[in-house]
Design a binder for this molecule. Structure first.
Ligand code: ADP
Ligand code: MG
Length: 225
């Protein structure tokens, strides 16, 4: 059974301006999927629909056997961690540590496990010395690293990174990608990618254009040289 199944999904913000047009998509458990596409092609809209931040005009989203509706949205969200490009509005804590803990608190992790994970993932994203600092003092790239640590620590079945590494230099990005790929054995990962170099290890690449998937394939199928 696929962990995410999307059938004939359509969405528009404004009448007569469709942003997603009959998108069909099946993602298997444990897959690493990269989504590529120009600005405005509908990638973030798709991410928001999958976690129920937006409501589809038409079509169906099934996550791990649960059909997404107003009634099931909180059950679906327990299975998905998401990091957006601009994590500012994901920050609620007084310290970096609070922010890494936030998602785990929602999932009711034990205090001890939380502290262990904060330590582990802050180290993985190279932010350990910032744990007691105020999040608003951080640079854009540091904020992205904190947001990523918080989501990795939640250990959800599905993780979506929506251009979540866009403010990182390529060396830091590679490090973060390495942590992500270590997780990939058990988790399903969807990355809205912005650098081709991050695509090599994924199972499948989806190319978006104007709200439609126009190409699907592996890295070597789509970049055969
Ligand atoms: P991507 O993530 O691929 O850059 P988005 O999903 O953010 O694309 O946007 C797809 C289209 O929807 C764009 O044309 C964008 O301008 C439009 N759009 C995004 N958010 C809104 C909104 N809140 N209201 C109206 N239009 C929006
Ligand atoms: Mg986007």
């Amino acid at each position: 059974m696929s962990i995410i199944k999307i059938t004939d999904l359509s969405f528009s913000y404004l009448q007569d301006t469709p942003v997603l047009k009959d998108v069909n998509l099946e993602i298997e458990k444990g897959e690493w999927v990269s989504i590529l596409g120009h600005n405005g092609s509908g990638k973030s809209t798709l991410s928001k629909l999958i976690i129920g931040l937006l409501k589809a005009d038409k079509g169906e989203i099934v996550v791990d056997g649960i059909t997404l509706t107003e009634e099931t949205v909180y059950d679906v969200r327990k299975k998905i961690g998401i990091v957006f490009q601009n994590p500012d509005n994901q920050f609620v804590g007084v310290t970096v540590e609070d922010d890494i803990a936030f998602g785990m608190e929602n999932l009711q992790f034990e205090k001890e496990e939380m502290l262990e994970k904060i330590d582990l993932y802050a180290t993985k994203v190279n932010m350990k010395e910032y744990l007691k600092k105020a999040p608003h003092m951080l640079s854009g790239g540091q904020k992205q690293r904190v947001a990523i640590a918080g989501i990795l620590a939640m250990n959800t079945d599905i993780i979506i990174f929506d251009e979540a590494t866009s403010a990182l230099d390529s060396i830091t990005e590679l490090k973060v990608m390495k942590s992500i790929s270590e997780l990939n054995e058990k988790h399903t990962i969807i990355i809205v990618a912005h650098r081709i170099s991050t695509l090599k290890n994924c199972n499948i690449i989806l190319q978006f254009e104007n709200g439609e998937i126009v190409k699907t394939g592996t890295f070597s199928e789509l970049y055969p040289f």
